[in-house]
Write a protein that binds this ligand. Structure first.
Ligand code: COA
Length: 163
């Protein structure tokens, strides 16, 4: 079942992220984003007794000449190794993206596997108009409102990313 994360999930979320990535950097990022109040959407895939997957979106401003596009950064997403390749990651991304749409956001940006995210509509070509600390095939964007990224702009990540 996918549901919003709550504080009682936080220790389990830390374990899932650290286990999936094989390091603690991404779990630390999540905790800093929470501490800074920079969480837009945070979902878990969980049974009654355990958390198997997690996804988080933080605010991302895309600033142009006289306008700001209100976007989200999708990062990180993780699934416990023994539960991978059973659709949990995809379900979390679909649910999270849909929630961003409900929140009225204009777009979502992700830095990730170039063969994984396009199936959810993310495109590296769409991200080319953005001035960001990242570029190339791993840097992808998805418009929740058609044309939202047409004019491009400078990307500002939440402070915890340190970029
Ligand atoms: C990426 C991740 C969240 C996917 O979760 P999942 O539950 O296994 O994903 P799903 O079951 O929905 O989808 C599995 C599909 O993703 C593909 N996939 C998984 N990891 C991939 C990767 N690193 N690169 C490309 N494709 C990948 C699988 O090959 C599979 O493809 P298929 O459906 O065509 O067979 C999970 O593998 C994970 O936690 N990885 C470690 C952390 C990580 O790298 N997070 C993403 C950072 S961008």
């Amino acid at each position: 079942m996918i549901r919003a994360a709550s504080p009682s999930d936080y220790p389990a979320i830390r374990a899932v992220i650290s286990h999936a990535f094989g390091q603690t950097e991404e779990a630390n990022l999540v905790e800093q984003l929470r501490a800074d109040g920079d969480v837009l959407v945070e979902f878990v895939e969980a049974s009654d007794i355990a958390v198997q997957g997690h996804i988080l979106y933080s605010p991302l401003a895309i600033e142009g000449d006289g306008y700001t596009v209100n976007a989200a950064a999708l990062a990180p997403v993780s699934v416990l190794k023994s539960f991978q390749k059973s659709g949990i990651g995809s379900a979390l991304i679909r649910a999270g993206n849909a929630r961003c749409g409900e929140l009225g956001l204009d777009a979502i940006v992700v830095l990730g596997h170039e063969s994984y995210y396009p199936k959810f509509g993310f495109s590296a070509v769409l991200a080319e108009s953005l001035k960001a600390p990242f570029s190339g095939p791993h840097f992808m964007a998805l418009e929740l409102k058609p044309g939202a990224l047409r004019s491009g702009g400078r990307v500002r990540y939440a402070k915890a990313f340190g970029v």
